[in-house]
Write a protein that binds this ligand. Structure first.
Ligand SMILES: Cc1cc2nc3c(=O)[nH]c(=O)nc-3n(C[C@H](O)[C@H](O)[C@H](O)COP(=O)(O)OP(=O)(O)OC[C@H]3O[C@@H](n4cnc5c(N)ncnc54)[C@H](O)[C@@H]3O)c2cc1C
Length: 495
């Protein structure tokens, strides 16, 4: 039996934040990680590293980044005020996000970024993916101008180093399987290491071991038929263990258990994420082209909003199509606007000099129906509004179902390019219910379960149906800190 004050299950962003916060609050801390040291880091290590937090102006950004005078002079960073962040979360979740969790997330988000910086995380402007040149200045759009240097992998590396410096012990290849619970309080975890059971006796446990996105059976059961066929964008270790362990002792399930974050992802990507590729199998520039299914038809409004506000639900729309695939089709006008992930080697792409030739190369697509779709689309483009990719330009289609609301341009400039995508699941929305004042897990009648805390993907109630990009990492930091601080207080008797 091994012991410490606080045990944190997982070693992604939420877990590392919880562990560091617990240590900062004076507790001794152990972390359990199911993966080997090489594979550890969870989805956090696969993340692109963009982070959405509330800020009023560049003055707030200066508290978390070393912006140069030149960068400040030549960039328009915009703002993402608390009100804007609230509005996005409420609008995207169809007004279902838990108001208390949402308020805690939004109001503590900048502070969490400052805290991460104090732990050695480096933030830089996201010029590559979230900015465009306008009138000689780099203008940011989508409300998230900052990313972690080195992406999610850089974030995990920095926090890992901070954990080492803080004397936090990490047990790898150790998969938590059950909570030790006497009906009154959680006092430890049972785990499997090298084929044997080991027990960890502690005063408080923080579960931060992800959702159930890597478990095909749970996906089919909770998300619905067909979801077992999705590719997993990140880690293979998030199979719902933490959720099962908590539910087994009476924790309340909460949030959108039939919902998840899922995006367009290369059709022939491997079953799970590949760290050497990271998030590059994604294809987020569909807003400048058409999405075409096996019947040669469009099936969503590609230009409904900036990709940050549609990408997390359009993966699910691709999954619903026959054969679970869609081609993203572009012409030469769109090419300069495509994000960096369209320039990698490992992707399924075809090119052609004419639309007729392209139609024959779209594997699995009815070519005549595709050509008819393009003709109808081209006829419907409202050419009177000027095209402007830095704003929602209102240049849509007329009389088309589904419409394209912004950035509609005729598909008429060769060469044409198309990219085959399927659905890549990122993480699941359903989780356990926590108390937003302490991060403590609640039971089915709303009573806190003594000794049990949760953070990250494991908490339900924040995201429903959709998600604004960059919120997962910030949620892990905000609620990881909360859980770690309170677990330490409970464990050391300071609460
Ligand atoms: C490709 C990709 C790109 C993304 N890009 C972004 C982005 O740019 N910005 C953003 O905000 N979010 C992004 N996300 C989402 C974000 O990464 C996640 O929401 C976030 O990292 C989840 O953090 P977490 O700590 O809750 O879980 P994870 O980071 O997944 O950590 C969970 C950990 O628990 C471990 N574990 C699981 N079961 C057990 C067990 N039984 N015992 C012990 N350990 C266990 C896992 O091995 C893992 O290390 C992206 C995700 C992916 C996959």
């Amino acid at each position: 039996m091994q012991s410490s004050d606080v045990l944190v299950v997982g070693k992604g962003n939420a877990a590392l934040c919880a562990a560091l916060a617990a240590r900062e609050a004076g507790a001794s801390v152990t972390m359990l990680e199911a993966a080997s040291q090489e594979e550890a880091g969870g989805n956090s290590a696969f993340a692109g590293g963009v982070m959405r937090f509330a800020f009023d102006s560049v003055e707030d950004l200066k508290r978390i980044t070393d912006l140069t005078a030149e960068e400040i002079a030549t960039s328009d960073f915009g703002s993402n005020t608390k009100d804007e962040f609230f509005d996005d979360l409420f609008r995207l979740t169809s007004y279902r996000t838990d108001p208390e969790l949402c308020e805690f997330l939004v109001t503590r988000s900048l502070d969490a970024m400052i805290w991460l910086r104090s732990k050695g995380v480096r933030f830089v402007p996201n010029y590559g993916r979230q900015a465009a040149m306008v009138g000689g200045r780099r203008k940011f759009f989508g409300g998230l101008p900052i990313e972690v240097s080195g992406g999610g992998a850089g974030l995990v590396r920095s926090l890992d180093q901070a954990a080492g410096n803080a004397g936090i012990a990490i047990s790898y290849d150790t998969r938590a399987v059950a909570l030790i619970y006497d009906g009154e309080r959680v006092s430890g975890v049972r785990a499997r290491r090298n084929g044997r059971f080991v027990e960890f006796a502690v005063r408080a446990v923080v579960l931060a071991c992800g959702g159930f996105e890597a478990n095909p059976k749970w996906r089919a059961c909770y998300l619905g038929p067909g979801w077992e066929l999705a590719k997993v964008r990140g880690t293979r270790f998030n199979v719902g263990d933490g959720l099962r362990m908590a539910l087994d002792i009476g924790a309340a399930p909460y949030g959108n258990w039939s919902g998840c974050h899922a995006t367009g992802w290369d059709r022939y990507a491997p079953e799970f994420g590949d760290k050497s590729i990271g998030d590059q199998f994604q294809k987020h520039s569909y807003i400048f082209g058409l999405l075409i299914n096996a019947h040669g038809k469009r099936f969503v409004d590609e230009g409904l909003d900036f990709h940050s506000f549609t990408y997390a639900k359009y993966g699910g729309e691709v999954l619903k199509q026959p054969g679970q695939f869609a081609w993203q089709v572009f012409d030469a006008k769109a090419k300069p606007l495509l994000r960096p992930e369209y320039r990698m080697k490992q992707m399924t792409k075809v090119t052609a000099g004419t639309l007729e030739d392209l139609a024959t190369r779209l594997d699995g697509v009815d070519p005549q129906a595709f050509l008819a779709t393009v003709r109808a689309f081209n006829d419907a483009v409202m050419t009177e509004a000027p095209f402007d990719h830095t704003i929602k330009d209102g240049r849509g289609t007329r009389g088309l179902d589904p419409p394209k609301t912004n950035w509609a341009q005729r598909l008429d400039a060769p060469p044409f390019e198309a990219y085959a995508t399927t659905c890549g699941i990122t993480f699941t929305f359903g989780g356990v219910r926590i108390n937003s004042a302490s991060g403590q897990v609640l039971d089915l009648i709303g009573q806190p379960i003594p000794g049990l805390y949760a953070a990250g993907e494991m908490i339900g109630g924040l995201f429903y149906f959709n998600y604004p990009s960059g919120t997962g990492l910030v949620s892990g930091a905000v609620f990881g800190r909360l859980a770690g601080t309170n677990a330490a207080a409970a464990a050391t008797g300071r609460q």
